[in-house]
Design a protein around this ligand. Structure first.
Ligand code: PRT
Ligand code: ZN
Length: 311
């Protein structure tokens, strides 16, 4: 494993991917569809930019070309993206999993991005009693996600009416249009301000990368490169680089606490009998391990974010 931790983003990506880039002509560009304007737009562009791809975006642009990667970017409405990818207008796309599942298009899900997280939930007026999902029997549920909701109701043997509407779902119960709603929730404040409570989570969603099912070998290679870059960014985000000092007689017990690392780097300090240990720990295990390291005699612990991590 090696870790890249400096600012030479573009140069590093060009170096890592040099063997692929020489083989692929800039003429045979990969076409990606991302949301034009909405909750996923900024994060989708940022994801591409953090992969070292230079993109010039202008106001109201429908299409642009990357400067240093064979990539064309189409800016579209999120609901249209699965169909454009299925039809081959775009090769890949970034879209909420909720949109993907609601559109039964034939595309391949290739990567979860970690952004755009939300849940598709059923909510009812706060003053109504609710015990189990069987309490939904006989209710009229308003939603813009009839296909996902229908599957959920069928799987749970619930007999409820689905009332498909095109927007402002959260006001449906207060105007007498429905008894319950099934809509996207992130912070929960929209439900709260409309006097609703979340009672069932139908789907947990995040933005995903989808791919057309039949692409040329060259395009598959470009996708491989892009996913390689995304993986190394995600690996970096999920891990931290840790440096600490320890007396030599504590080295063994401290190294045992650093999971997943075959061999942490150990360097002698100028101070006699002391060493510096460098390693990588998972973000999720961070607090637990830090306390154990301290108790085992580690001192001067530094924890540094990792920019990219290639395993
Ligand atoms: O114009 P276009 O069709 O492209 O955009 P859009 O208006 O249909 O979609 P947009 O930008 O609102 O959402 C794009 C995607 O973001 C969705 O498909 C989800 O995958 C994801 N996402 C994440 C969300 C939310 N969080 C979210 N909170 N999409 C919508 N919401 C809405 C929800 O519908 C409700 O009205 O936000 C409100 C609830 O938010 P909270 O924080 O109050 O709970
Ligand atoms: Zn939309």
């Amino acid at each position: 494993m090696f870790i890249i931790n400096n600012y030479l983003n573009y140069i590093i990506w060009a170096y890592i991917c040099k063997p692929f880039l020489f083989e692929i002509s800039m003429e045979n560009k990969l076409k990606i569809a991302i949301q034009k304007s909405g909750r996923l737009s900024e994060d989708s562009l940022d994801l591409l930019k953090s992969c070292g791809i230079k993109i010039n975006t202008g106001l109201n642009k429908l299409k642009t070309t990357a400067e240093n990667f064979p990539l064309e970017i189409f800016f579209l409405r999120d609901d249209d993206i699965p169909k454009y990818v299925a039809d081959g207008v775009a090769d890949i796309g970034i879209v909420g999993e909720n949109v993907l599942l609601e559109n039964s298009n034939q595309v391949k899900l290739i990567k979860k991005t970690g952004f755009g997280k939300c849940r598709l939930s059923i909510a009812i007026p706060r003053d109504k009693t609710y015990k189990t999902n069987k309490s939904l029997n006989g209710l009229k549920i308003a939603t813009t996600y009839p296909i996902i909701l229908k599957k959920y109701l069928k799987a749970n043997r619930i007999k409820a009416d689905i009332h498909e509407i095109s927007g402002s779902v959260e006001i449906a119960p207060s105007i007498g249009l429905a008894d319950a709603i099934c809509d996207l929730v992130s912070s929960g404040s929209t439900l709260l301000s409309n006097g609703l409570k979340e009672v069932e989570v139908v789907l947990k969603s995040e933005a995903v990368i989808i791919q057309n099912k039949s692409l040329s070998k060259e395009k598959e290679q470009l996708i491989e490169q892009l996913i390689f870059r995304i993986d190394s960014l995600q690996g970096a985000k999920n891990n931290k680089y840790i440096l600490l000092n320890a007396p030599n007689n504590k080295l063994k017990s401290i190294c045992n606490l650093l999971p997943g690392m075959k061999s942490p780097t150990i360097l002698p300090l100028a101070k006699e009998g002391w060493s510096s240990i460098h390693s990588v720990i998972k973000e999720d295990d961070f607090w637990e391990i830090i306390m154990k390291l301290k108790n085992a005699g580690a001192q001067g612990i530094l924890v540094v974010p990792i920019e990219k991590m290639i395993i």
